[in-house]
Design a protein around this ligand. Structure first.
Ligand SMILES: Nc1nc2c(ncn2[C@@H]2O[C@H](COP(=O)(O)OP(=O)(O)OP(=O)(O)O)[C@@H](O)[C@H]2O)c(=O)[nH]1
Ligand SMILES: [Mg+2]
Length: 406
């Protein structure tokens, strides 16, 4: 609230400017991220307030949006209802999840012909608040699956720019890794190394179902068999059982089955033998050595061939997005012991924007109560002088007194 001060002008007009907007909270896809780890440490995000308005009708500066980077494939759920609010799949995609509040209006804006010197202003509108659950389902054309130690990460490292950890023990890889394989000038594939698939994974054994969800968004699978295994066919069916138990659709994704570590001794014999066994279940078996980089391009081209054969609409998992449609003017009144509690978007916002130590502000709030029909409704429920009425964070004492004015 401010009034013009000029030389020789006794009482200038109102010239208090509006406050600036509060910052929005925006989620943005960052292609360099592939985990949600940072959210384990940082769980609360608050955008900045707008700056206050000034004299001479100066509007306060609006705050910049707070941008939160997430990896591609992040699904944002509202925590309580678990509704999907956003599905961030595209590079560069952004979504505004919380709108900053608009700045409160300065007293200049409340002036009219009847009321030329308003001694009131408005507080800023409260920003939106949300509790969210973030889920990551990586977006990759090709998922690399197989038993621990089969050579999944070695394959990813051999054909892409990715540098996953590789070691001779199961469960080396603790997060799914992504990489891009360039086949030729026109064709490249995004591959995801999906670790942790063992018996019971679908119900959370080992690294379990945290990674199975990533398979849902791949279109083709490369199933790596460990050349060191005693029974690669049994390994193969175990992994597929886990996939199907988690989601029957996963078991039906096209797979390329590859026997890895062909550089080891006696592998040719083993390969011939397994080829026959797989032929009985109608599965062609390919072979490779990631160590010697043998046969890897053939596998990638095969993956590309299968990928092309998938109709576009089948490929992606479509999520129904929820968008809120609330009637802001709607309200409800709850009676709690002696108190009346008023719920409603518009009225709670008006309460938060009122300066309670300012008479004119309070008058204005009362007019809003009246306009929304809340005054009548409260009277209908028997509200009396001195009763407590709760609106948002505020406890107000009911009075009919002001109505005799004006
Ligand atoms: N001889 C030979 N060893 C290989 C080959 N490919 C991978 N290995 C070895 O097998 C071991 C496991 O390889 P990784 O790529 O870490 O296997 P992984 O499937 O990613 O294993 P997890 O991440 O633990 O599930 C490592 O010691 C690799 O060096 C290969 O073609 N030949
Ligand atoms: Mg690995």
């Amino acid at each position: 609230m401010h009034f013009r001060k000029e030389k020789f002008v006794n009482r200038g007009g109102p010239d208090g400017g509006d406050g600036g907007r509060g910052g929005d909270i925006v989620f943005s896809v960052n292609p360099n991220m592939n985990t949600l780890f940072k959210f384990q440490h940082n769980r609360s995000y608050v955008a900045e307030d707008g700056k206050g308005g000034g004299s001479s009708n100066k509007t306060g500066r609006s705050a910049d949006a707070l941008v939160i980077d997430v990896p591609p494939g992040t699904i944002i759920h509202e925590k309580e209802s678990d509704r999907v609010l956003a599905d961030l799949t595209q590079l560069g995609q952004t979504v505004v999840l919380c709108k900053g509040g608009r700045g409160g209006r300065g007293n200049a804006r409340f002036a009219n012909s009847r009321h030329q010197a308003p001694r009131m202003a408005e507080r800023g509108e409260p920003g939106q608040e949300l509790k969210l659950r973030l889920e990551l389902k990586l977006i990759a054309d090709v998922g690399i699956i197989g038993m621990p130690n089969a050579g999944k990460s070695s394959l990813l490292a051999a054909v892409t720019n990715a540098k996953p950890k590789i070691a001779d023990y199961p469960f080396t890889t603790l997060v799914p890794n992504l990489g891009v394989a360039v086949l030729d000038e026109e064709v490249s594939l995004v591959l995801a190394d999906i670790p942790g698939l063992i018996e019971g994974a679908h119900r959370g054994v080992g690294l379990g179902d945290t990674f199975l969800r990533h398979v849902q968004r791949t279109k083709v699978l490369i199933h790596v068999l460990d050349g060191n295994s005693q029974d690669a066919l049994a390994d193969f069916s175990q992994i597929n059982t886990e996939l199907s138990l988690f989601d029957p659709k996963l078991g039906q994704k096209p797979q390329i089955v590859v026997l890895n570590k062909m550089d080891l001794p006696d592998m040719e014999e083993k390969y011939q033998d397994l080829t026959k066994k797989f032929k009985k279940i109608n599965i062609p078996l390919m072979s490779c050595s990631t160590l010697q980089k043998k046969n890897l391009t053939e596998i990638l081209w095969k993956a590309y061939e299968l990928l092309k054969a998938i109709p576009a609409e089948e490929a992606g998992e479509e999520l129904p997005l929820y968008t809120a449609e609330v009637d802001e003017r709607a309200f409800s009144i709850e009676k709690k012991e002696e108190n009346f509690i008023v719920h409603g978007v518009a009225i709670e916002r008006a309460a938060a924007m009122t300066y309670w130590d300012n008479y004119e502000s309070i008058r204005r709030f009362q007019r809003i109560l009246q306009a929304l029909g809340i005054t009548e409704a409260l009277r209908g429920q028997g509200v009396e002088e001195g009763d407590t009425v709760e609106i948002g964070d505020f406890e107000l004492s009911w009075t009919e007194e002001f109505d005799s004015y004006e």
